[in-house]
Design a binder for this molecule. Structure first.
Ligand code: ATP
Length: 199
């Protein structure tokens, strides 16, 4: 599995559609200060489901939409698509190439898609979760992050290991199932009360 292309359109400083092609091996992005190198990494994290504006170096999520310059008006939406080569079947989906996309409208709503079909954020998180490209993004090592790992509490370190081992996916599913059970128990109580009243 390797990343093939990343396309940004209206994302941060990338107003026009821009596609980066990654060949197998090491890719370096070089450029002067402020030319958008980190924005490329932000786009990668964002399309994989990053939800924290701070992690994307913004105040709120709408800050990822191209804000305009003196020569170009602001745009109404940001779009990022990431195409992943899946010939080795590392992603649990029956396609040799998988494109995940995320769109955010300045006015609010956001959309996610897998190979052009609309989906939920959860679907993207689950698709990536066994590959190590999970929600907590240990594939992206930011400045100072190694220090953070070294100074993490044992619980936090366990979180890193669980994410890498794919355990968190099951923990999330378990939490969801427990919440459903709680709702069902509440409904059952109400039903029993109603039945008692009717009798
Ligand atoms: P450095 O080498 O200094 O770390 P860099 O190449 O990593 O720089 P980035 O931090 O990726 O640069 O890009 C910063 C640029 O992106 C700034 O010029 C900033 O104005 C621009 N930028 C960030 N968000 C937006 C936005 N929403 N709309 C337009 N431009 C933006």
């Amino acid at each position: 599995m390797h990343l093939k292309t990343l396309t940004l359109r209206g994302f941060k400083s990338f107003a026009s559609a821009t596609t980066l092609k990654f060949e197998p091996g090491i890719t370096c992005v070089v450029g002067p200060n402020g030319s958008g190198k980190s924005n490329v990494v932000d786009a990668l994290a964002w399309v994989m489901g990053e939800q924290g504006a701070k992690a994307l170096r913004g105040g709120n999520m709408a800050d990822v939409v191209f804000a305009g310059t003196s020569s170009r008006p602001a745009l109404g939406r940001a779009e990022v698509s990431l195409t992943i080569d899946n010939t080795d079947g590392a992603l649990p989906i029956d396609y040799s190439e998988v494109t995940i996309s995320r769109t955010l409208f300045r006015s609010g709503g956001s959309e996610y898609a897998i190979n052009g079909t609309a989906c939920r954020l959860l679907d993207i998180q689950e698709l990536l979760s066994d590959t190590g490209m999970g929600r907590q993004m240990h594939v992206i090592v930011g400045q100072g992050q190694l220090d953070a790992v070294l100074h993490a509490t044992p619980e936090e370190r366990r979180g890193f290991i669980e994410e890498a081992a794919g355990v968190l996916k099951h923990r999330r599913r378990k939490d969801k199932a427990l919440r459903k059970l709680e709702t069902m128990a509440g409904n059952l109580n109400r039903l029993e009360d109603l039945t008692a009243e009717i009798r």
